[in-house]
Ligand binder design. Structure first.
Ligand SMILES: Nc1ncnc2c1ncn2[C@@H]1O[C@H](COP(=O)(O)OP(=O)(O)OP(=O)(O)O)[C@@H](O)[C@H]1O
Length: 340
């Protein structure tokens, strides 16, 4: 069984196509990074998977259940960490988790969940109004873990966290994945999904432009990896030799090194062999991979031009009418319950 499967899933808001014929498969047990710049359609997709928003056309299944007709079965098996999770400032962390347990008719031990989410026990009985962003995120995570979900859906969980908080979140995601939970993790920052995801899907303008492992993306896109060779003699003696190697796009000599831009990962070994055969004494080799940043830019850039047009159209569609399900979009059932 697949954890998530969408077929031609589409959401139109007036003239704006937020999600455009999405065909996405997330396998059971994997940590899947759903990546895309702001406005790419990530939240809309998540909201359709959870039946907070109704698709204009197409369909989706979550854990084998139809997202529209079997939403109740889905919500029982899914843990959600919503974007911009709101706490109830006067309720303690423990109370938040207890509400989540009651809402889901689960029988979890709140302390076990708070501990698993990494919230400091000293904070459990303090009101959440004084929590830092990282503590709020851990509280939200403890609530998402209620009922031992088979699938965790996390919408931009790293937003607002400092690098330490991001690492802790990544450890937590890994720990849950090791327990067998499938994790669907949206972000607009590639680095945040890189360390933790088995595969990533890149969304731009509602369309999936790539699905692969990060290494797979690096290999298929090639790009600007740089090989810096420190040579014993004058580096520019070997300039032409380096330039003649297939897959080397640019060679820059410095006083002691040759910096070679590599378009094809497979060109690195022939480069070294060619220099060696030409008589160069190579003292050191440093390889810097294609940066994650440049990979992401490469994948999302070609559609960037249409973003401003889209933003203009969005402004015209803000008051777009919503279905009853849509008006609840992004609102955790737990939160509604807790306010009563
Ligand atoms: N209720 C709505 N009415 C009109 N347009 C909407 C609505 N919800 C989303 N959109 C538009 O649909 C597009 C996709 O938005 P969405 O929030 O799904 O993107 P996202 O990838 O989650 O972005 P972010 O990373 O900023 O949260 C955007 O152009 C957005 O303005």
């Amino acid at each position: 069984m697949t954890a998530i499967e969408t077929t031609a899933l589409t959401k139109q808001y007036g003239d704006v196509t937020a999600v455009d014929g999405l065909e996405l498969t997330v396998r059971e047990g994997e940590v899947f990074g759903f990546l895309g710049p702001n406005g790419a359609g990530k939240s809309t997709t998540i909201n359709m998977l959870l039946d907070f928003v109704r698709p204009t056309s197409g369909s989706a299944t979550v854990l084998g259940y139809d997202a529209q007709t079997e939403a109740d079965q889905i919500s029982e098996r899914v843990g959600i960490l919503p974007e911009g999770f709101d706490i109830y400032p006067r309720l303690t962390g423990r109370r938040h988790v207890e509400f989540a347990i009651e809402t889901k008719h689960a029988d979890d031990d709140p302390e076990e969940l708070l501990e698993r989410a990494g919230l400091d026990p000293d904070a459990w009985d303090r009101v959440a109004g004084g929590y830092s962003t990282g503590m709020r995120q851990r509280l939200a995570m403890a609530m998402a873990l209620v009922g031992d979900p088979d699938l965790l859906i996390m919408d931009e969980p790293s937003s607002g966290l400092d690098p330490h908080g991001i690492r802790e979140l990544q450890d937590l995601v890994r720990a849950e994945a090791d327990r067998g939970t499938t994790v669907f993790f949206s972000s607009h920052i590639l680095e945040h999904v890189d360390a933790v995801c088995d595969r990533i899907g890149v969304l731009t303008n509602g369309t999936l432009v790539a699905v692969d492992t990060i290494d797979g993306l690096r290999d298929s896109l090639g790009g600007d990896a740089t090989v810096t060779l420190t040579l014993a003699g004058a580096p520019d003696t070997y300039l032409e030799t380096a330039q003649s190697v297939a897959g080397i796009t640019e060679v820059t000599p410095t006083a002691r090194t040759l910096e070679c831009a590599v378009a094809e990962p497979a060109a690195k070994a022939p480069l070294i062999t060619a220099l060696d055969q030409a008589g160069a004494t190579i003292e050191d080799v440093q390889i810097s991979d294609v940066s994650l940043e440049s990979l992401f830019t490469q994948l999302t850039d070609e559609t960037a031009g249409t973003e401003s047009e889209k933003a203009d159209a969005d402004a015209d569609n803000e008051s777009d009418e919503q279905t009853p399900a849509e008006s609840d979009a992004q609102t955790e059932p737990v939160q509604a319950e807790a306010s009563e």
